[in-house]
Design a binder for this molecule. Structure first.
Ligand code: F6R
Length: 599
C-alpha cells in the first residue's frame, strides 16, 4: 500500500523522474500524491531546503505545475498515498517535512506509537501540520541530527518506530536519501551514470535499470555518493548483492488496450500456456512436498483466497488429498497445531500482503516449511519461502486481480494432477481451457457478454451460485463485480440458498448460475429453479444450456478446468458492467490498493 519513489542522479530532472515513477506505482494507492525535490541553487532562500508539490487525487488526473517538473534537481522523493491516518487532504499527502524543510519523509506502513512520539516532539518545540502518523519521522530525524549524522539519525529514528514500516528520507544538505524497512517492500536500483533509485516495487524502476537489490527487513540503504547497505540493528555496512531483473518495460504499458484490466484479461490464454509448457517440474516438486508433509495448509486473501479454496476441491477431486485452507488474516488464530512436519502454501500475487506474511512468519518460527506461490519476484513471501513457485503471469497493474488468479488456479490444478501422477491430463485440460478463452475473447462472444451487462447495469444486487469447485469461483466472480462495477454481489454455495439466502430473492433479482457438466449440474439447476420460482432472473454459465436460463453464456466442457472460462466470463462481465455504469477508471477502484501491506 502506498507507492514510494526516490532518485539521486546527475541528470538534473529528478522531480520529473520521480513524477514518472510515481505514475507507474500509482496502483499501490491513489488518494493523493506528492514530491519533494532539492533544487540546485545558490540562493540562500532555497539552498538547503526541499521544494514540495502535493495534490489530492490520482497523479494521472492532476493538472501539474510543469515548472516544478523542470526544476534543476538531482535529488527527489515522492509518494502516492493510500490513506490510513488522517483524511485525504493535500496537507496529509506525503512527503512530510521537518521544521526547517531540510528533511522530507515518505512512508509505507503504520507508525503504531506515533501519538506518543508526536507528544514528545511537540514538547521539544516541533511544529506539526498534518494528522498523519508519518509526520513524526522527519521531526525525529531533525531532533537526532542535533547530535549525530544523517544516516545514523535516520537509523535511530527508524528504530523508535513501532509497527511494520518502510521509510525513505531525503536530506537537502547532505544530498542523501536514506531508506529503511521492517515490513513493506523496497527495491533499490543502479542505473547508467551511477543514478540511484529506490521504489516500492521494481515495476517503477525497470524502465531505468534492471540491476536491483530487494531490501531485506531490518536493512537500511544510503543513496548519495554510492549505494551503502547497512544492517539496522548494529549499523554495520554489508556488501549489496545486485540481481538482474528479467522484465520487459513494455509489460508495464497498456498498449492497444483502453485499460490494464482488459489487457490483463486478454493475456490469460498465454499465462496458462506458459504454465503448461514450463511448470511441470515445479508442480512435481510441490506435489512431493505435499506428500511428505504432515498437514498442508493453503492461505491467501481476497482473490488468492478463492484460488486456495478452489485448490482444496482440486486436490480432493484429482489427488484424493485433503488440504486445509484459511484466509490469511484468520490463520493467525488457527496456527496452534502447526509442527515441523507442517507445510504452508501461501498464495499471493504481490507476495507482500501482510495478512499472509504475518502468519507465515509465525509458522516459520514453529519450524513449518513454506512453499510460496507468488507472482512478484523478490517479494517478501518469495524471500521468506523455503520453496517458491513464481506464477509467471507478468506484471499485473490493474488493482483488480485477473491473470494472477488464473495462473494460481493453473498451478494448483497442475500440482494436483502431479500428485495423482497424471501430469499429462492436467496439461491437456489446461490447454483446452486456454483454447476456450481464445474463443471467449473474440468479438462475437464479447458482444453476448455486453448484452448481459446491459441487462444487469441497473440492478442493485447480483447473486452467483455454484457448488463444489464452482462455489469457489462464484465467490471470485462476485468479488470482480463488486470491485469493478460497485454493484452489490454475493456468491453462495447452491445448497445454502434454502438456509436463508433465498429470502433475498424478489421479482427480477439476477442470479448467475455456474453449471459445469459434472456431478453438481442437476442440483445447481434445481437451485436455479427455486430462485426462478420466486421471480429471479437466471443467467447460466456452463457447457449445457437449460430451459431455466433466461440468458446463457456457453463454456466448453473441460472437466475441472471449466472453472477457468467461468471466471474469465465473469471478469469480462464485471469489466463491461463498469463501463455501462460510466466508471471512468476500472483499473483503480475506489478505496482499494494493489498491494495490501497494512493490517
Ligand atoms: C481482488 C484482489 C485482491 C487481492 C488480495 C490479495 O481483485 O486482487 O482481493 O487478491 O488483496 O492480494 P495478493 O494476491 O497480492 O496477496
Amino acid at each position: 500500500m502506498c507507492g514510494i519513489f526516490g532518485y539521486v542522479g546527475k541528470q538534473g530532472n529528478a522531480a520529473e523522474i520521480v513524477f514518472d515513477g510515481l505514475k507507474l506505482l500509482e496502483y499501490r494507492g491513489y488518494d493523493s500524491w506528492g514530491i519533494a525535490t532539492k533544487v540546485k541553487s545558490q540562493k540562500s532562500k532555497v539552498k538547503n531546503k526541499l521544494i514540495v508539490e502535493k495534490h489530492v487525487g490520482k497523479i494521472a488526473d492532476t493538472d501539474i505545475n510543469s515548472k516544478f517538473l523542470t526544476l534543476n534537481s538531482n535529488l527527489s522523493v515522492g509518494h502516492t498515498r493510500w490513506a490510513t491516518h488522517g483524511g485525504v487532504t493535500t496537507t496529509n499527502a506525503h512527503p512530510h517535512l521537518d521544521c526547517s524543510s531540510t528533511i522530507a519523509a515518505v512512508h509505507n506502513g503504520i507508525v503504531e506509537n506515533f501519538q506518543e512520539l508526536k507528544e514528545e516532539l511537540t514538547k521539544k518545540g516541533h511544529k506539526f501540520v498534518s494528522e498523519t502518523d508519518t509526520e513524526v519521522i522527519p521531526h525525529l530525524v531533525e531532533e537526532n541530527l542535533k547530535h549525530e549524522g544523517f544516516a545514523s539519525s535516520t537509523r535511530d529514528s527508524f528504530n523508535r518506530l513501532k509497527g511494520l514500516n518502510a521509510i525513505v528520507v531525503a536530506n537537502a544538505i547532505s544530498k542523501e536519501i536514506v531508506s529503511a524497512k521492517t515490513g513493506s517492500p523496497l527495491v533499490v536500483g543502479i542505473g547508467k551514470n551511477d543514478e540511484q533509485f529506490v521504489a516500492s516495487d521494481a515495476s517503477g524502476i525497470v524502465g531505468h535499470t534492471k540491476k536491483v537489490i530487494f531490501l531485506e527487513d531490518n536493512q537500511m540503504v544510503i543513496l548519495g555518493d554510492r549505494v551503502k547497505l547497512i544492517r539496522l540493528p548494529d549499523g554495520k555496512e554489508i556488501k549489496p548483492r545486485f540481481q538482474t531483473l528479467d522484465w520487459k518495460f513494455e509489460d508495464t504499458k497498456k498498449g492497444k488496450y483502453k485499460h490494464f484490466l482488459l489487457k490483463e484479461i486478454y493475456e490469460q490464454p498465454h499465462v496458462i500456456e506458459n504454465i503448461v509448457f514450463n511448470y511441470e517440474q515445479e508442480a512435481q516438486k510441490l506435489a512431493g512436498l505435499i506428500k511428505k508433509a504432515f498437514g498442508t495448509f493453503m492461505l491467501g486473501c481476497g482473490t488468492a483466497s478463492h484460488a486456495a479454496l478452489a485448490g482444496t476441491y482440486l486436490f480432493s477431486r484429482i489427488a484424493k488429498k485433503h488440504i486445509n485452507f484459511s484466509i490469511g488474516s484468520e490463520f493467525n488464530y488457527l496456527e496452534d497445531y502447526l509442527t515441523k512436519e507442517s507445510l504452508l502454501i501461501p498464495i499471493s500475487q504481490s507476495g507482500e500482503t501482510i495478512d499472509v506474511v504475518e502468519p507465515v512468519e509465525k509458522a516459520k518460527k514453529k519450524g513449518a516449511k513454506i512453499a510460496a506461490i507468488v507472482n512478484v519476484l523478490g517479494s517478501t513471501l518469495y524471500r521468506k519461502a523455503d520453496y517458491k513457485i513464481l506464477l509467471g503471469a507478468g506484471v499485473e497493474k490493474a488493482v483488480v486481480g485477473t491473470k494472477s488468479f488464473i495462473a494460481m488456479i493453473s498451478v494448483l490444478l497442475l500440482t494436483a494432477y502431479a500428485l495423482a501422477k497424471k501430469e499429462g491430463t492436467g496439461k491437456q485440460i489446461l490447454l483446452y481451457a486456454s483454447d476456450n478463452l481464445k474463443k471467449i475473447l473474440q468479438n462475437k462472444f464479447i458482444n453476448s457478454i455486453k448484452r448481459v451487462a446491459e441487462d444487469l447495469k441497473d440492478k442493485v444486487h447480483i447473486y452467483i451460485i455454484g457448488r463444489g469447485l464452482s462455489y469457489a469461483t462464484a465467490l471470485e466472480a462476485t468479488l470482480k463485480i463488486k470491485e469493478t462495477s460497485y454493484i452489490h454481489a454475493e456468491g453462495f454455495a447452491g445448497g445454502e440458498l434454502k438456509h436463508g439466502v433465498i429470502a433475498l430473492i424478489e421479482k427480477g433479482t439476477p442470479c448467475i448460475v455456474f453449471a459445469p457438466n459434472d456431478e453438481t449440474y442437476d442440483d445447481i439447476i434445481s437451485n436455479a429453479e427455486e430462485v426462478k420460482a420466486r421471480g429471479g432472473f437466471i443467467i447460466g454459465i456452463g457447457p449445457r444450456n437449460n430451459k431455466v436460463f433466461e440468458r446463457f453464456l456457453k463454456t466448453d466442457d473441460i472437466g475441472d478446468a471449466t472453472i477457468i472460462p467461468q471466471v474469465v466470463i465473469s471478469q469480462l462481465l464485471a469489466y463491461y458492467l463498469a463501463l455501462e455504469k460510466g466508471i471512468k477508471d476500472p483499473d483503480k477502484p475506489r478505496n482499494l490498493a494493489k498491494s495490501v501491506t497494512v493490517k
